[in-house]
Design a protein around this ligand. Structure first.
Ligand SMILES: CC(=O)SCCNC(=O)CCNC(=O)[C@H](O)C(C)(C)COP(=O)(O)OP(=O)(O)OC[C@H]1O[C@@H](n2cnc3c(N)ncnc32)[C@H](O)[C@@H]1OP(=O)(O)O
Length: 476
Protein backbone atom coordinates (compact mmCIF):
# COMPACT_ATOMS: atom_id res chain seq x y z
CA UNK A 1 0.00 0.00 0.00
CA UNK A 2 1.23 3.50 -0.76
CA UNK A 3 2.23 5.65 2.20
CA UNK A 4 0.57 9.06 2.34
CA UNK A 5 3.60 10.92 3.66
CA UNK A 6 7.23 9.85 3.52
CA UNK A 7 10.42 11.11 5.08
CA UNK A 8 13.52 10.37 3.04
CA UNK A 9 16.86 10.57 4.85
CA UNK A 10 19.51 11.28 2.23
CA UNK A 11 23.12 10.47 2.81
CA UNK A 12 24.12 10.63 -0.81
CA UNK A 13 22.51 13.51 -2.72
CA UNK A 14 24.39 12.56 -5.91
CA UNK A 15 22.24 9.46 -6.27
CA UNK A 16 18.97 11.25 -5.51
CA UNK A 17 17.52 10.64 -9.00
CA UNK A 18 17.69 6.85 -8.64
CA UNK A 19 16.24 6.99 -5.14
CA UNK A 20 13.38 9.31 -6.11
CA UNK A 21 12.46 7.05 -8.98
CA UNK A 22 11.84 4.26 -6.46
CA UNK A 23 10.27 6.52 -3.83
CA UNK A 24 7.54 7.85 -6.12
CA UNK A 25 6.12 4.31 -6.28
CA UNK A 26 6.00 4.15 -2.47
CA UNK A 27 4.58 7.54 -1.42
CA UNK A 28 1.33 9.09 -2.56
CA UNK A 29 1.06 12.70 -1.34
CA UNK A 30 4.01 14.35 0.37
CA UNK A 31 7.70 13.51 0.56
CA UNK A 32 9.91 15.33 3.03
CA UNK A 33 13.62 15.12 2.35
CA UNK A 34 16.20 15.52 5.10
CA UNK A 35 19.82 15.85 4.05
CA UNK A 36 21.81 13.85 6.52
CA UNK A 37 24.79 16.17 6.16
CA UNK A 38 22.59 19.04 7.28
CA UNK A 39 21.97 17.55 10.70
CA UNK A 40 24.47 19.36 12.80
CA UNK A 41 25.99 16.61 14.94
CA UNK A 42 27.22 13.17 13.95
CA UNK A 43 24.98 10.38 15.13
CA UNK A 44 25.93 6.72 15.59
CA UNK A 45 27.07 5.25 12.33
CA UNK A 46 25.22 7.85 10.32
CA UNK A 47 27.62 10.04 8.46
CA UNK A 48 27.08 13.62 9.38
CA UNK A 49 29.01 16.84 9.70
CA UNK A 50 28.63 20.44 10.67
CA UNK A 51 28.28 22.67 7.67
CA UNK A 52 28.12 26.38 7.16
CA UNK A 53 27.53 28.72 5.55
CA UNK A 54 24.10 27.59 4.47
CA UNK A 55 24.30 28.62 0.80
CA UNK A 56 26.61 25.65 0.26
CA UNK A 57 23.43 23.60 0.22
CA UNK A 58 21.86 25.64 -2.58
CA UNK A 59 23.22 23.51 -5.38
CA UNK A 60 22.25 20.26 -3.63
CA UNK A 61 18.72 21.50 -3.04
CA UNK A 62 18.49 22.69 -6.62
CA UNK A 63 19.56 19.24 -7.84
CA UNK A 64 17.02 17.52 -5.61
CA UNK A 65 14.14 19.66 -6.86
CA UNK A 66 15.29 19.24 -10.47
CA UNK A 67 15.33 15.44 -10.01
CA UNK A 68 11.97 15.60 -8.23
CA UNK A 69 10.51 17.46 -11.23
CA UNK A 70 11.60 14.55 -13.44
CA UNK A 71 10.81 11.60 -11.19
CA UNK A 72 8.07 12.68 -8.76
CA UNK A 73 5.77 14.85 -10.81
CA UNK A 74 2.67 14.12 -8.74
CA UNK A 75 4.36 14.15 -5.37
CA UNK A 76 4.61 17.25 -3.17
CA UNK A 77 8.35 17.19 -2.47
CA UNK A 78 9.72 19.40 0.32
CA UNK A 79 13.39 19.59 1.21
CA UNK A 80 13.59 20.35 4.93
CA UNK A 81 15.80 23.32 5.51
CA UNK A 82 15.26 24.18 9.15
CA UNK A 83 17.86 21.53 10.04
CA UNK A 84 20.33 23.28 7.77
CA UNK A 85 19.85 26.66 9.37
CA UNK A 86 19.24 25.83 12.98
CA UNK A 87 20.54 23.28 15.42
CA UNK A 88 17.14 21.66 15.75
CA UNK A 89 16.88 18.75 18.17
CA UNK A 90 14.52 16.73 15.96
CA UNK A 91 13.27 16.63 12.39
CA UNK A 92 9.74 18.11 12.44
CA UNK A 93 7.21 17.91 9.64
CA UNK A 94 3.76 19.43 9.15
CA UNK A 95 2.16 16.16 8.05
CA UNK A 96 2.54 12.99 10.16
CA UNK A 97 5.04 10.58 8.59
CA UNK A 98 3.89 7.07 7.62
CA UNK A 99 7.10 5.85 6.05
CA UNK A 100 10.74 6.64 6.82
CA UNK A 101 13.06 5.82 3.93
CA UNK A 102 16.85 5.61 4.05
CA UNK A 103 19.04 5.74 0.95
CA UNK A 104 21.62 3.44 2.52
CA UNK A 105 21.58 0.23 4.53
CA UNK A 106 22.07 0.66 8.27
CA UNK A 107 21.74 -1.81 11.13
CA UNK A 108 18.25 -2.12 12.64
CA UNK A 109 19.44 -0.73 15.98
CA UNK A 110 21.05 2.31 14.31
CA UNK A 111 17.82 2.99 12.45
CA UNK A 112 15.72 2.63 15.61
CA UNK A 113 18.03 4.93 17.56
CA UNK A 114 18.14 7.48 14.79
CA UNK A 115 14.37 7.71 14.45
CA UNK A 116 13.85 7.77 18.20
CA UNK A 117 16.29 10.58 18.86
CA UNK A 118 16.26 12.53 15.59
CA UNK A 119 12.71 12.40 14.21
CA UNK A 120 9.60 13.81 15.84
CA UNK A 121 7.14 11.02 15.12
CA UNK A 122 4.17 9.98 17.26
CA UNK A 123 2.07 7.82 14.95
CA UNK A 124 2.72 4.35 13.55
CA UNK A 125 5.21 4.25 10.70
CA UNK A 126 7.11 1.86 8.46
CA UNK A 127 10.80 1.92 7.64
CA UNK A 128 12.40 1.11 4.33
CA UNK A 129 15.97 1.07 3.13
CA UNK A 130 16.76 1.72 -0.52
CA UNK A 131 20.39 1.31 -1.36
CA UNK A 132 21.56 3.95 -3.78
CA UNK A 133 24.72 1.99 -4.57
CA UNK A 134 28.05 3.66 -4.01
CA UNK A 135 27.84 5.87 -0.98
CA UNK A 136 30.07 8.81 -1.65
CA UNK A 137 29.26 11.58 0.69
CA UNK A 138 29.50 14.56 -1.59
CA UNK A 139 29.42 18.18 -0.73
CA UNK A 140 28.16 20.48 -3.41
CA UNK A 141 30.55 23.38 -3.28
CA UNK A 142 29.86 24.63 -6.75
CA UNK A 143 28.38 27.92 -5.74
CA UNK A 144 30.94 30.69 -5.47
CA UNK A 145 28.47 33.20 -4.26
CA UNK A 146 27.71 32.63 -0.62
CA UNK A 147 25.89 35.83 0.24
CA UNK A 148 24.02 35.66 3.51
CA UNK A 149 22.25 38.72 4.87
CA UNK A 150 20.12 39.61 7.87
CA UNK A 151 16.92 40.48 6.04
CA UNK A 152 16.11 39.30 2.52
CA UNK A 153 13.00 39.91 0.44
CA UNK A 154 11.37 38.18 -2.47
CA UNK A 155 7.99 38.43 -4.12
CA UNK A 156 5.71 36.57 -6.46
CA UNK A 157 2.23 35.28 -7.11
CA UNK A 158 2.99 31.79 -5.80
CA UNK A 159 -0.09 30.34 -7.48
CA UNK A 160 -0.28 26.54 -7.27
CA UNK A 161 3.05 26.28 -5.50
CA UNK A 162 5.45 24.25 -7.61
CA UNK A 163 9.02 23.06 -7.45
CA UNK A 164 10.57 26.24 -8.83
CA UNK A 165 8.73 28.25 -6.16
CA UNK A 166 10.01 25.92 -3.47
CA UNK A 167 13.52 26.26 -4.82
CA UNK A 168 13.30 30.03 -4.76
CA UNK A 169 11.92 30.04 -1.21
CA UNK A 170 14.58 27.59 0.01
CA UNK A 171 17.31 29.73 -1.51
CA UNK A 172 15.91 32.83 0.17
CA UNK A 173 15.66 31.09 3.56
CA UNK A 174 19.25 29.93 3.28
CA UNK A 175 20.45 33.42 2.52
CA UNK A 176 18.71 35.33 5.31
CA UNK A 177 19.93 34.96 8.86
CA UNK A 178 17.26 36.91 10.78
CA UNK A 179 14.29 37.80 8.67
CA UNK A 180 12.81 37.01 5.30
CA UNK A 181 9.94 38.98 3.80
CA UNK A 182 7.82 37.24 1.19
CA UNK A 183 5.54 39.47 -0.87
CA UNK A 184 2.50 37.72 -2.28
CA UNK A 185 0.70 39.64 -5.02
CA UNK A 186 -2.83 40.79 -4.23
CA UNK A 187 -5.68 41.34 -6.71
CA UNK A 188 -4.27 44.64 -7.99
CA UNK A 189 -1.41 42.80 -9.60
CA UNK A 190 -3.25 39.81 -10.98
CA UNK A 191 -5.13 41.53 -13.80
CA UNK A 192 -2.25 41.29 -16.25
CA UNK A 193 -1.87 37.55 -15.61
CA UNK A 194 -3.20 34.88 -17.88
CA UNK A 195 -6.49 33.46 -16.53
CA UNK A 196 -6.39 35.57 -13.35
CA UNK A 197 -9.77 34.15 -12.29
CA UNK A 198 -8.19 30.75 -11.77
CA UNK A 199 -5.42 32.02 -9.52
CA UNK A 200 -5.82 30.74 -5.97
CA UNK A 201 -7.06 33.19 -3.33
CA UNK A 202 -4.31 35.24 -1.70
CA UNK A 203 -4.90 33.57 1.68
CA UNK A 204 -4.41 30.14 0.12
CA UNK A 205 -1.22 31.24 -1.64
CA UNK A 206 0.16 32.82 1.54
CA UNK A 207 -0.66 29.68 3.47
CA UNK A 208 1.19 27.55 0.92
CA UNK A 209 4.44 29.49 1.24
CA UNK A 210 4.15 29.97 4.98
CA UNK A 211 7.09 28.89 7.09
CA UNK A 212 8.78 31.27 9.45
CA UNK A 213 8.60 34.12 6.96
CA UNK A 214 7.27 37.60 7.37
CA UNK A 215 4.36 38.27 5.01
CA UNK A 216 3.09 41.39 3.39
CA UNK A 217 0.56 41.90 0.58
CA UNK A 218 2.15 43.68 -2.41
CA UNK A 219 0.12 45.88 -4.72
CA UNK A 220 2.86 47.09 -7.04
CA UNK A 221 5.96 45.51 -8.54
CA UNK A 222 8.24 46.96 -5.83
CA UNK A 223 6.44 46.05 -2.63
CA UNK A 224 8.25 46.96 0.58
CA UNK A 225 11.67 46.56 -1.04
CA UNK A 226 11.89 50.27 -1.92
CA UNK A 227 10.74 51.55 1.45
CA UNK A 228 12.25 49.22 4.04
CA UNK A 229 15.91 50.15 4.54
CA UNK A 230 16.62 46.97 6.53
CA UNK A 231 16.19 44.83 3.43
CA UNK A 232 19.65 44.04 2.17
CA UNK A 233 19.09 41.47 -0.52
CA UNK A 234 16.34 40.87 -3.00
CA UNK A 235 15.99 37.30 -4.18
CA UNK A 236 14.59 36.89 -7.68
CA UNK A 237 13.85 34.05 -9.95
CA UNK A 238 14.81 34.50 -13.57
CA UNK A 239 11.12 35.12 -14.18
CA UNK A 240 11.23 38.38 -12.31
CA UNK A 241 14.21 39.80 -14.19
CA UNK A 242 12.63 41.68 -17.06
CA UNK A 243 13.96 40.49 -20.37
CA UNK A 244 15.78 37.59 -18.73
CA UNK A 245 15.11 33.97 -19.21
CA UNK A 246 12.05 33.15 -17.18
CA UNK A 247 12.45 30.11 -15.01
CA UNK A 248 8.75 29.61 -14.63
CA UNK A 249 8.08 29.73 -18.33
CA UNK A 250 9.41 26.24 -18.72
CA UNK A 251 6.24 24.47 -19.79
CA UNK A 252 6.54 21.83 -17.10
CA UNK A 253 6.29 24.09 -14.13
CA UNK A 254 5.02 27.57 -14.92
CA UNK A 255 1.90 28.62 -13.03
CA UNK A 256 0.18 30.00 -16.13
CA UNK A 257 0.69 26.67 -17.87
CA UNK A 258 -0.83 24.95 -14.88
CA UNK A 259 -3.87 27.23 -15.01
CA UNK A 260 -4.25 26.53 -18.73
CA UNK A 261 -4.15 22.81 -17.94
CA UNK A 262 -7.09 23.27 -15.57
CA UNK A 263 -9.34 24.38 -18.43
CA UNK A 264 -11.87 21.67 -19.21
CA UNK A 265 -11.23 19.82 -15.94
CA UNK A 266 -13.49 19.71 -12.88
CA UNK A 267 -12.39 22.71 -10.86
CA UNK A 268 -15.24 22.69 -8.37
CA UNK A 269 -16.57 19.40 -7.04
CA UNK A 270 -19.93 18.35 -8.45
CA UNK A 271 -22.72 18.02 -5.90
CA UNK A 272 -25.34 15.49 -7.01
CA UNK A 273 -28.63 17.22 -7.87
CA UNK A 274 -31.40 14.97 -6.56
CA UNK A 275 -34.16 17.43 -7.47
CA UNK A 276 -34.03 16.48 -11.18
CA UNK A 277 -34.11 13.09 -12.95
CA UNK A 278 -30.71 11.35 -13.30
CA UNK A 279 -31.11 11.21 -17.07
CA UNK A 280 -30.66 12.98 -19.33
CA UNK A 281 -27.58 14.51 -17.74
CA UNK A 282 -28.08 18.28 -17.92
CA UNK A 283 -25.15 20.67 -18.20
CA UNK A 284 -25.77 24.41 -17.97
CA UNK A 285 -23.34 26.25 -20.25
CA UNK A 286 -23.01 29.90 -19.34
CA UNK A 287 -20.51 32.74 -19.43
CA UNK A 288 -20.30 36.48 -19.78
CA UNK A 289 -21.25 38.33 -22.94
CA UNK A 290 -19.01 37.54 -25.95
CA UNK A 291 -17.05 35.02 -23.89
CA UNK A 292 -17.23 32.28 -26.52
CA UNK A 293 -20.18 30.18 -25.34
CA UNK A 294 -21.32 29.49 -28.86
CA UNK A 295 -17.80 28.37 -29.86
CA UNK A 296 -17.83 25.80 -27.06
CA UNK A 297 -21.40 24.80 -27.97
CA UNK A 298 -20.30 24.34 -31.58
CA UNK A 299 -17.61 21.83 -30.59
CA UNK A 300 -20.04 20.10 -28.23
CA UNK A 301 -22.59 19.83 -31.04
CA UNK A 302 -20.14 17.56 -32.87
CA UNK A 303 -20.51 15.09 -30.00
CA UNK A 304 -23.52 13.07 -28.98
CA UNK A 305 -25.25 15.97 -27.23
CA UNK A 306 -28.59 17.83 -27.36
CA UNK A 307 -27.71 21.54 -27.45
CA UNK A 308 -30.41 23.97 -26.35
CA UNK A 309 -29.60 27.55 -27.31
CA UNK A 310 -31.65 29.78 -24.99
CA UNK A 311 -30.73 32.97 -26.86
CA UNK A 312 -32.42 31.55 -29.95
CA UNK A 313 -35.42 30.30 -27.98
CA UNK A 314 -35.56 33.78 -26.42
CA UNK A 315 -35.72 35.40 -29.86
CA UNK A 316 -38.45 32.95 -30.93
CA UNK A 317 -40.85 33.39 -28.04
CA UNK A 318 -41.67 37.01 -28.89
CA UNK A 319 -42.22 36.46 -32.60
CA UNK A 320 -45.26 38.25 -33.98
CA UNK A 321 -48.45 36.55 -32.79
CA UNK A 322 -46.90 34.87 -29.72
CA UNK A 323 -48.13 35.85 -26.22
CA UNK A 324 -44.75 37.37 -25.26
CA UNK A 325 -44.89 39.70 -28.27
CA UNK A 326 -48.03 41.33 -26.91
CA UNK A 327 -46.60 41.44 -23.37
CA UNK A 328 -43.46 43.26 -24.59
CA UNK A 329 -45.40 45.79 -26.68
CA UNK A 330 -47.77 46.41 -23.75
CA UNK A 331 -44.85 47.14 -21.46
CA UNK A 332 -42.20 48.78 -23.68
CA UNK A 333 -44.55 50.52 -26.15
CA UNK A 334 -44.63 50.57 -29.93
CA UNK A 335 -41.06 51.92 -30.24
CA UNK A 336 -39.78 48.34 -29.86
CA UNK A 337 -41.81 47.19 -32.88
CA UNK A 338 -39.99 47.18 -36.25
CA UNK A 339 -41.66 47.96 -39.61
CA UNK A 340 -42.34 44.26 -40.22
CA UNK A 341 -44.22 43.99 -36.90
CA UNK A 342 -41.49 41.96 -35.21
CA UNK A 343 -39.78 43.08 -31.98
CA UNK A 344 -36.73 45.22 -32.86
CA UNK A 345 -34.10 43.64 -30.62
CA UNK A 346 -31.58 46.43 -31.19
CA UNK A 347 -34.04 48.99 -29.85
CA UNK A 348 -35.16 46.70 -27.03
CA UNK A 349 -31.51 46.00 -26.16
CA UNK A 350 -30.68 49.72 -26.00
CA UNK A 351 -33.55 50.24 -23.55
CA UNK A 352 -32.83 47.32 -21.24
CA UNK A 353 -29.05 47.58 -21.13
CA UNK A 354 -29.33 51.25 -20.09
CA UNK A 355 -31.79 50.60 -17.28
CA UNK A 356 -31.49 47.65 -14.87
CA UNK A 357 -35.17 47.94 -13.90
CA UNK A 358 -36.27 47.54 -17.52
CA UNK A 359 -33.93 44.57 -17.95
CA UNK A 360 -35.49 42.95 -14.88
CA UNK A 361 -38.93 43.55 -16.36
CA UNK A 362 -37.94 42.00 -19.70
CA UNK A 363 -36.53 38.97 -17.89
CA UNK A 364 -39.71 38.49 -15.89
CA UNK A 365 -41.76 38.64 -19.10
CA UNK A 366 -39.72 36.21 -21.17
CA UNK A 367 -37.88 33.78 -18.88
CA UNK A 368 -40.95 31.68 -17.92
CA UNK A 369 -41.75 31.03 -21.60
CA UNK A 370 -38.09 30.22 -22.40
CA UNK A 371 -37.68 27.75 -19.53
CA UNK A 372 -40.94 26.02 -20.48
CA UNK A 373 -39.58 25.37 -23.97
CA UNK A 374 -36.23 24.22 -22.53
CA UNK A 375 -37.95 21.73 -20.20
CA UNK A 376 -40.04 20.42 -23.08
CA UNK A 377 -36.90 19.66 -25.12
CA UNK A 378 -35.21 18.00 -22.13
CA UNK A 379 -38.28 15.78 -21.53
CA UNK A 380 -38.38 14.63 -25.15
CA UNK A 381 -34.73 14.17 -26.01
CA UNK A 382 -33.24 10.72 -26.61
CA UNK A 383 -29.71 12.01 -25.94
CA UNK A 384 -27.93 11.08 -22.73
CA UNK A 385 -26.41 14.54 -22.33
CA UNK A 386 -28.16 17.89 -22.76
CA UNK A 387 -26.34 21.21 -22.79
CA UNK A 388 -28.45 24.24 -21.93
CA UNK A 389 -26.61 27.24 -23.32
CA UNK A 390 -27.87 30.30 -21.42
CA UNK A 391 -26.04 33.57 -20.84
CA UNK A 392 -27.92 34.38 -17.64
CA UNK A 393 -28.29 30.80 -16.37
CA UNK A 394 -26.99 31.60 -12.88
CA UNK A 395 -28.97 34.82 -12.30
CA UNK A 396 -32.09 33.07 -13.49
CA UNK A 397 -31.27 30.21 -11.02
CA UNK A 398 -31.62 27.73 -13.87
CA UNK A 399 -28.47 25.98 -12.64
CA UNK A 400 -30.75 24.42 -10.03
CA UNK A 401 -32.23 22.39 -12.89
CA UNK A 402 -28.79 21.21 -14.05
CA UNK A 403 -26.38 18.51 -12.88
CA UNK A 404 -23.32 20.63 -13.62
CA UNK A 405 -22.44 24.17 -14.67
CA UNK A 406 -19.79 24.84 -17.28
CA UNK A 407 -18.66 28.37 -18.03
CA UNK A 408 -16.64 30.25 -20.60
CA UNK A 409 -14.54 33.31 -19.94
CA UNK A 410 -12.30 35.71 -21.80
CA UNK A 411 -10.54 38.80 -20.40
CA UNK A 412 -12.81 41.86 -20.20
CA UNK A 413 -10.68 43.67 -22.82
CA UNK A 414 -11.20 40.80 -25.25
CA UNK A 415 -14.96 40.79 -24.65
CA UNK A 416 -15.12 44.51 -25.45
CA UNK A 417 -13.09 43.96 -28.62
CA UNK A 418 -15.44 41.17 -29.70
CA UNK A 419 -18.53 43.31 -29.07
CA UNK A 420 -17.12 46.11 -31.20
CA UNK A 421 -16.28 43.83 -34.12
CA UNK A 422 -18.90 41.05 -33.78
CA UNK A 423 -21.95 43.10 -32.71
CA UNK A 424 -20.89 46.46 -34.20
CA UNK A 425 -21.48 48.18 -30.86
CA UNK A 426 -19.78 51.40 -29.79
CA UNK A 427 -17.39 51.11 -26.84
CA UNK A 428 -20.00 52.80 -24.61
CA UNK A 429 -22.70 50.31 -25.63
CA UNK A 430 -20.30 47.41 -25.17
CA UNK A 431 -19.44 48.55 -21.66
CA UNK A 432 -23.12 48.93 -20.78
CA UNK A 433 -23.78 45.33 -21.80
CA UNK A 434 -20.73 44.01 -19.99
CA UNK A 435 -21.64 45.96 -16.86
CA UNK A 436 -25.19 44.57 -17.01
CA UNK A 437 -23.65 41.16 -16.30
CA UNK A 438 -21.59 39.63 -13.51
CA UNK A 439 -17.76 39.67 -13.59
CA UNK A 440 -15.80 36.57 -14.70
CA UNK A 441 -14.99 35.69 -11.09
CA UNK A 442 -18.70 35.17 -10.39
CA UNK A 443 -18.98 32.61 -13.19
CA UNK A 444 -15.82 30.81 -12.05
CA UNK A 445 -17.03 30.66 -8.43
CA UNK A 446 -20.27 29.03 -9.54
CA UNK A 447 -19.04 26.69 -12.26
CA UNK A 448 -17.68 23.16 -12.11
CA UNK A 449 -15.76 23.38 -15.39
CA UNK A 450 -14.17 26.45 -17.01
CA UNK A 451 -13.22 27.08 -20.66
CA UNK A 452 -11.25 29.97 -22.06
CA UNK A 453 -11.93 30.38 -25.80
CA UNK A 454 -9.24 33.02 -26.17
CA UNK A 455 -6.88 31.35 -28.59
CA UNK A 456 -7.18 29.36 -31.82
CA UNK A 457 -10.54 27.52 -32.26
CA UNK A 458 -8.62 24.24 -32.27
CA UNK A 459 -7.45 24.97 -28.75
CA UNK A 460 -11.04 25.55 -27.62
CA UNK A 461 -11.81 22.19 -29.18
CA UNK A 462 -9.02 20.59 -27.10
CA UNK A 463 -10.54 22.01 -23.92
CA UNK A 464 -13.99 20.73 -24.89
CA UNK A 465 -12.63 17.30 -25.79
CA UNK A 466 -10.87 17.10 -22.44
CA UNK A 467 -14.08 18.07 -20.60
CA UNK A 468 -16.11 15.59 -22.63
CA UNK A 469 -13.71 12.69 -21.99
CA UNK A 470 -13.64 13.43 -18.27
CA UNK A 471 -17.43 13.71 -18.25
CA UNK A 472 -17.76 10.16 -19.59
CA UNK A 473 -16.10 8.88 -16.41
CA UNK A 474 -18.68 10.49 -14.11
CA UNK A 475 -21.89 10.07 -16.13
CA UNK A 476 -24.43 7.96 -14.23
C1 LIG B 1 -31.68 32.78 -18.55
C2 LIG B 1 -31.04 32.93 -19.93
O1 LIG B 1 -29.86 33.05 -19.99
S1 LIG B 1 -31.96 32.94 -21.34
C3 LIG B 1 -30.91 33.50 -22.62
C4 LIG B 1 -30.73 34.99 -22.59
N1 LIG B 1 -31.93 35.65 -23.07
C5 LIG B 1 -32.70 36.38 -22.26
O2 LIG B 1 -32.46 36.56 -21.08
C6 LIG B 1 -33.92 36.99 -22.91
C7 LIG B 1 -33.86 38.50 -22.90
N2 LIG B 1 -32.91 38.99 -23.89
C8 LIG B 1 -33.32 39.38 -25.13
O3 LIG B 1 -34.48 39.38 -25.46
C9 LIG B 1 -32.26 39.83 -26.11
O4 LIG B 1 -31.04 39.25 -25.73
C10 LIG B 1 -32.10 41.40 -26.14
C11 LIG B 1 -33.33 42.01 -26.70
C12 LIG B 1 -31.83 41.93 -24.73
C13 LIG B 1 -30.89 41.76 -27.00
O5 LIG B 1 -31.02 41.13 -28.24
P1 LIG B 1 -29.81 41.10 -29.30
O6 LIG B 1 -29.26 42.48 -29.42
O7 LIG B 1 -30.23 40.37 -30.51
O8 LIG B 1 -28.68 40.29 -28.52
P2 LIG B 1 -28.59 38.71 -28.22
O9 LIG B 1 -29.91 38.12 -27.89
O10 LIG B 1 -27.81 38.07 -29.31
O11 LIG B 1 -27.75 38.76 -26.90
C14 LIG B 1 -26.52 39.47 -26.89
C15 LIG B 1 -25.92 39.40 -25.53
O12 LIG B 1 -26.75 40.02 -24.58
C16 LIG B 1 -26.62 39.31 -23.36
N3 LIG B 1 -27.97 39.14 -22.79
C17 LIG B 1 -29.04 38.56 -23.37
N4 LIG B 1 -30.07 38.57 -22.52
C18 LIG B 1 -29.63 39.16 -21.39
C19 LIG B 1 -30.22 39.44 -20.13
N5 LIG B 1 -31.48 39.10 -19.90
N6 LIG B 1 -29.46 40.03 -19.17
C20 LIG B 1 -28.16 40.36 -19.40
N7 LIG B 1 -27.55 40.12 -20.57
C21 LIG B 1 -28.28 39.53 -21.55
C22 LIG B 1 -26.06 37.95 -23.63
O13 LIG B 1 -24.89 37.80 -22.86
C23 LIG B 1 -25.74 37.97 -25.09
O14 LIG B 1 -24.39 37.73 -25.28
P3 LIG B 1 -23.85 36.38 -25.89
O15 LIG B 1 -24.54 36.17 -27.18
O16 LIG B 1 -22.39 36.59 -26.00
O17 LIG B 1 -24.23 35.38 -24.87
Amino acid sequence: MLAKTGLLIVSNPKQIGTILESVQKLVKNTLYIQLLSAISEPFGNFYSRTVNPWPEFSKTIYNIYAQAATHCYNLDVKVLISGIKYNIPKIQTQQPIDLVIFDKTYSQSDIDNFIKSKVHITNEYDVLTLDSGSVNITDEHNSNDDIVCKHAVLGGTFDRLHLAHKLLLSEAVLRSSEKLTVGVTDETMLESKLLPELIEDMDVRINNVKLEYHFTPISDPFGPAIVDPTMELIVVSKETIRGGEKINEQPKISSSTRRIRLLGTVLRPITPNDSIPKTPYVIGLTGGIASGKSGVAKWLSELDVEIINCDLIGHGIYKLGKPCHKALVDHFGSSVVADDGEIDRKVLGTIVFSDPEQLKKLNSLVWPAIIEEVQEIIRNTDKKVVVVEAAILLNASWHKSCHEVWTTLVPRKEAIKRLLTRNGLTEEEALKRINAQQPNSFYVKNANVVFCPLWEPEYTKDQVTKAWNLLQQRLP
